[in-house]
Design a protein around this ligand. Structure first.
Ligand SMILES: [Zn+2]
Length: 445
């Protein structure tokens, strides 16, 4: 390849303010080509921290050139489902569980020991980790019931402080995780709605599997409309039909015209329903226009788990039927969910590792070419971010560059060789590596 300008390398930081990224391989969806399941070989001109041009090849001129030699370029990642307030509770001494409700109880029992200092350490560690992996924005839940001395969720205050401190690095969208029972009490519901409106966040509700909670779901839509809030549901995170709440959420989202502002995570039950019920539910979700978020790490770990010895190997995997959803045009995103807490004893808030796991767990062909939007564009649109993640002139030069030249290479070594550019520059060395776990030793109680 004959290149026109001086050759520079990604490691030659700082990069020139005006530089071509030649030989880039970009998933077509990230160039704004919605229906093309392919990757496009192209050159990106970065100028002053923004994308100035996207061309097939580098035109003649004297602008310096980085030759990516077919490496893959993503727009910076967006993670639509993280639990920042619980992350690294294992470092504080809690134990992993093998059952969702055991994990919920373990964390509830721990609320009284949470302090602002500890939350700041655990959440800050999570944000530095996410940044190093190339995440530019995330939705962070906080448990609504974990109130601090002012009767206000302690983790929300910490999250709002961190949102200001991290602006321009990792954008935080706060979301409540309130059990739907809160909505049974008008005053409590009012307080939840007003708090989330004041926080400019998302009204997030945990819909646990019980037949009586369906009657409360309309109240979530009432509250969302009243305070003009996007809605997010943890819904049907179980494998025991017939109790199914996603059909109720989907019908209400359609009837209330709130589908574009409704996201549902988990929906593990869809994998355990008979096909007719599953298809009818997905048809309703498609008609509503809501988005579904698959959380493969935590769901593979917890669904069909055995709470007590003797341990048994899970047989039913509880994964969102990603293909059937996407085939109906439903927006599907992938999220990290829990990391290193009683819900999941690993996890590192890395969307590319999540995509690699999903590729195996739900059989994604060509995950980079066909599914890159699940960790970039789709969650960016659903979180209402200022930038939708499409690499077009004028967009921020916030990129994740991986040396892999095709899905097999990227998925085989998702964590190796990645370079994160923010505002057109590689992250500084202290931000480019995830923080050292030894820093968390101070959390041990
Ligand atoms: Zn979750």
């Amino acid at each position: 390849m004959v290149l026109s300008g001086d050759a520079v390398r990604l490691s030659d930081a700082p990069l020139p303010p005006r530089v071509w990224m030649a030989g880039a391989r970009v998933p077509a969806a990230l160039l704004g080509q919605a229906s093309v399941a392919a990757a496009v070989r192209c050159a990106l001109l970065l100028d002053g921290g923004r994308i100035a041009a996207v061309e097939e090849t580098v035109p003649p001129g004297d602008v310096p050139v980085v030759d990516l030699e077919g490496g893959t370029v993503f727009s910076a990642f967006v993670d639509p489902h993280t639990h920042l307030d619980k992350g690294d509770l294992l470092a504080a001494g809690l134990k992993p569980e093998r059952n969702l409700f055991r994990a919920i109880d373990a964390v509830r029992d721990d609320y009284a020991r949470w302090t602002a200092d500890e939350l700041r350490i655990r959440m800050g560690f999570a944000l530095r980790t996410a940044q190093a992996h190339g995440t530019r924005a995330l939705l962070g839940y906080f448990d609504w019931a974990a109130t601090g001395p002012r009767g206000h969720p302690l983790a929300l205050d910490t999250m709002l402080d961190l949102r200001d401190a991290w602006r321009g690095r990792v954008e935080i969208v706060p979301a409540s995780l309130a059990t739907i029972d809160v909505l049974a009490d008008d005053a409590a519901a009012e307080r939840l709605g007003r708090t989330m409106a004041d926080a400019r966040g998302v009204l997030g509700v945990f819909v646990y599997p019980s037949p009586h909670v369906a009657a409360l779901i309309p109240r979530a839509f009432d509250l969302a409309a009243r305070f003009d809030l996007p809605l997010d549901f943890h819904v049907d995170e179980h494998l025991a039909p017939p109790v199914a709440n996603l059909p109720v959420v989907a019908r209400l989202a359609r009837e209330r015209g709130w589908g574009a502002r409704t996201v549902c995570g988990h929906a593990c039950l869809l994998s355990a329903m008979d096909e007719a019920a599953r298809d009818a539910t997905l048809d309703e979700a498609a008609a509503a226009g809501l988005a579904l978020v698959a959380l493969p790490y935590t769901n593979l770990h917890l669904q069909d788990g055995t709470p007590e010895p003797p341990w048994a190997t899970p047989r039913r995997r509880g994964l969102l039927p990603v293909h059937e959803a996407a085939a109906r045009g439903i927006a599907v995103a992938l999220g990290s969910d829990n990391h290193r807490d009683p819900f999941f004893p690993a996890g590192d808030l890395d969307p590319l590792q999540t995509l690699a796991l999903a590729a195996c767990a739900v059989q994604l062909d060509d995950p980079v070419e066909r599914w890159a939007a699940t960790i970039t564009r789709t969650p960016a649109e659903r979180l209402g971010l200022a930038w939708d993640g499409v690499l077009r002139p004028g967009a921020p030069a916030d990129l994740v560059i991986h040396p892999g030249r095709r899905s097999a290479e990227v998925m085989a070594r998702p964590t190796r060789g990645r370079v994160v550019l923010r505002v057109g520059q590689p992250l500084p060395p202290e931000a480019a590596e995830p923080p050292d776990f030894r820093e968390l030793d101070a959390l041990r109680r």
